[in-house]
Design a protein around this ligand. Sequence first.
Ligand code: HEM
Length: 518
Amino acid sequence: MALVDLESRSFLTGVFFLLFGVLLVYRHLFSKPTYSLPPGPKPLPIVGNILDMVRSTPMDMFTQWHQKFGPIISLRYGQRQVISINSSSIAHDLLDKRGAIYSSRPRLIMASERMLNSMNIGVLPYNKRWNVHHRIISPFFETSMVKRYAPIFDLESKQVIADFLSSNDFDSSLSRFSASIFLGLSYGIHLDSNESTEVTDLDRINQFFLDAMSSMYCRLVELYPFLDLTPYWLAPWKWLAADVERQTTAVHMRHFEFAKSKPTWNWLQEARASKLGSQLPDKELAYVVGTLHQAGGEAIITLSRLLVKVIVLHPECAAQAQKELDQVVGPNRLPNVDDQEDLPYINAMITEAMRWQPVTPLIFPHANTQDDEYMGYHIPKDTMILPNLWAMGYDPEIYPDPTVYRPERWLENTPPHHPAFGFGRRICPGQQLGSISVFLLVARILWAFNTTHAYRDGKKVEIDPWDLKITLTLSSSPFEVEFHARSDKHRKIIEQEWLSTEKDVGVILEEIRPPRRE
Ligand code: HEM
């Protein structure tokens, strides 16, 4: 179904802009802050600092501002007060130590309330609903539970390396890998290929969301929330959001009904059987489970792609990792989850990748639920707090030569932790699931293949390490590589493992089913 045709509504658009102008002038005249905020670039009337951000890439702009004004700066996005932090210790002081008041999210009218029914945990404010959703999903991510998911990671990563024996289309394989892990655990669905309607449906709702969010109307409403008071018939963003909401709910509800009827264990059934989950309406429960893929699926794809890029751009690191694998695992079997502790170099490669090009560089913004004072500055209630992970990983005092990808830095004098998974009460609940699944995938790719640049007409196809694009995550732009099995023996093991592995996800989920809690 097509998105609402906005172009044909020119009359309403004119009325909209008139109303918008009048309201902006009103807001500008009658609301001015009087407190002492952290320093920062001077905001323009009405638009704040938004124009600077459009002129440059957000990361470059933030870097320049922080160099000029220090580690904590204030900005305005339209009507919203924003504070950006580029120091891990300040972020730790506020978001971890004062987590009781810094664990909310800014109000997102379009991205949360209208398009996702205020039911996506990642963008919910720190309220009772967040607490209920968090308590329902937390058991899925306990260490003991994530260990039980090993057979799912095993199946999905075997399929990826089997694919790579005959295809270099890693993008499609990695999308399938990520979606199949989530759909398997959530609903008991295994994806044979990336062409499956399940993947296209998930891609479609994610893309709808992104397209809608990048429309001019949606951006304006997020910047100037008072615009949402406009009546429905005059507000094109409300039609657009209703369309996205309808399609998203339809996909989540279809999965909900499917998983409910399955005889085998899955997250949806586990959530329904829990005390809190059993009290929620079906639609809300469908969102509790369905939005986990929206929160974590893209992160797994982005991180895995980044590691494929790193392996090709840094053959010396790939060789070191293969040496480690040959010593610890040997040539007669695939690495598995239990090998992780014994493969420190591969772990360091992953940690360094997340510092070098963080998956979510400006992470999900936090917000404070009451006024606060810090370093002599006033931080008013409901400020949007942006912890700048990119800058935190590029502090040369902590990470010398920060633009250089160097896993060894994590093995020598271990530098302070880089907060790639966020802070405080909003820290990523899926960090272990993400880390273990990506570890197994990357260890197996390194064990199985020499991954190289692609060649076209005998010419090497170059990869620009800094060609990145920001959507939900900071992702490497498309690039090409080639996978060459390390030997015939490696090839045979991959084929045999893929042939003999258990592929019935129902059987695997029964193996995963945890013992009943007393
Ligand atoms: C693999 C790499 C991943 C990275 C780098 C990553 C990173 C992050 C970050 C930085 C945040 C924001 C934390 C904050 O606000 O302080 C976050 C939130 C979240 N992540 Fe992940 N994530 C990853 C994988 C996953 C996976 C596999 C899941 C599985 C379900 C997941 C589920 C979530 C959820 C639900 C939230 C929202 C938490 C909340 O707002 O309460 N993530 N993630």
